[in-house]
Design a protein around this ligand. Structure first.
Ligand SMILES: NC(=O)c1ccc[n+]([C@@H]2O[C@H](COP(=O)([O-])OP(=O)(O)OC[C@H]3O[C@@H](n4cnc5c(N)ncnc54)[C@H](OP(=O)(O)O)[C@@H]3O)[C@@H](O)[C@H]2O)c1
Length: 262
């Protein structure tokens, strides 16, 4: 199936991260024109070079810090100047750390929420009116299944994620009459060095090996395995494509069957 992404102008945040980079690779392979928004342009250069070889007709890097509204606004403006009007936004920036709830102080909570929740709010605020003015656009937020399945040591991330799902549902109503759609993707954990470190930390805390800690976790997932970044990227590409034009205000969970609610 042709997703219809060729020459679509897509702004992507989090391109220097694992899931953002995987999504960018697939979007590039599908022929999308991309603007990569990140705090440090030098961290995005290698990816931009790779995306050009994968087939992206245009790749721009825009420097922006989602922790600051003015910087975010300027980066979105720069992306639109480089690509032309934005057809899509993929928000893959932000990751929260965990910890024991009563040991996470106010400053840590603010840090946790700043990157993901407020960063996403800022980029939405900058992009949405542009799409409304053109009466077209598709927005994909990478959220996380912790919105519906909060792990006790990852509560700040879960709070950010459930707030983002509320934004998706509410904003869909606002954007829908203008032809703009917004959806969330809720991955469970994805294979990475960070995941491996998390399993080692759990093993240290609870006893046993990292592999045993992972098995205990995977026993909760119907598929008994965690996702690859490419599996998550496939869903991002679909939701960012014109093929998903009649879908809005919802979330797609890709967690191997961990969250059991329909
Ligand atoms: N990995 C998973 O297992 C998993 C599962 C479910 C949901 N998620 C969610 O998916 C998203 C991506 O996850 P990931 O694993 O790819 O994370 P990651 O590898 O840690 O990447 C995070 C990205 O966010 C960017 N970022 C952070 N703060 C920023 C800011 N102030 N301004 C601009 N960019 C900022 C980072 O850019 P810099 O290069 O500037 O640091 C980086 O590109 C996160 O929101 C995460 O919560 C991940």
């Amino acid at each position: 199936m042709d997703l219809g992404l060729r020459d679509q102008n897509i702004l992507l945040t989090g391109g220097s991260g694992m899931l953002g980079a995987a999504a960018a690779r697939l979007l590039a392979a599908e022929g999308a024109r991309l603007a990569l928004l990140g705090r440090d342009a030098s961290r995005l250069e290698p990816l931009a070079t790779e995306l050009r070889t994968l087939g992206a007709p245009s790749v721009a890097i825009v420097q922006g810090d989602l922790a600051q509204a003015a910087s975010t606004d300027a980066a979105v403006e720069q992306a639109a100047a480089a690509l032309g009007p934005l057809d899509g936004l993929v928000a893959a920036a932000g990751a929260a750390q965990g910890g024991l709830f009563w040991e996470i102080d106010d400053a840590a909570w603010q840090r946790h929420l700043e990157a993901k929740l407020f960063g996403t709010i800022r980029v939405l605020r900058a992009v949405a009116p542009r799409m409304v003015a053109r009466r077209a656009g598709r927005i994909v937020l990478i959220v996380g299944n912790s919105a519906k399945y909060p792990e006790p040591r990852m509560i700040p991330g879960a709070v950010a994620n459930s707030a983002l799902l509320a934004i998706v549902r509410g904003l869909a109503e606002e954007l829908g009459p203008h032809g703009v759609v917004i959806n969330a993707l809720n991955p469970g954990p994805v294979r990475s060095s960070r995941w491996d470190a998390q399993m080692r930390a759990i093993a240290e805390r609870e006893g046993g090996t990292a592999a045993e800690a992972e098995s205990r976790f995977l026993a909760k997932a119907a598929l008994r395995r965690i996702a690859t970044p490419e599996e998550v990227a496939a869903h991002v590409a679909f939701l960012a494509s014109p093929r998903a034009a009649h879908m809005t205000g919802t979330s797609v969970t890709i967690d191997g069957g961990t969250v059991k609610t329909p």
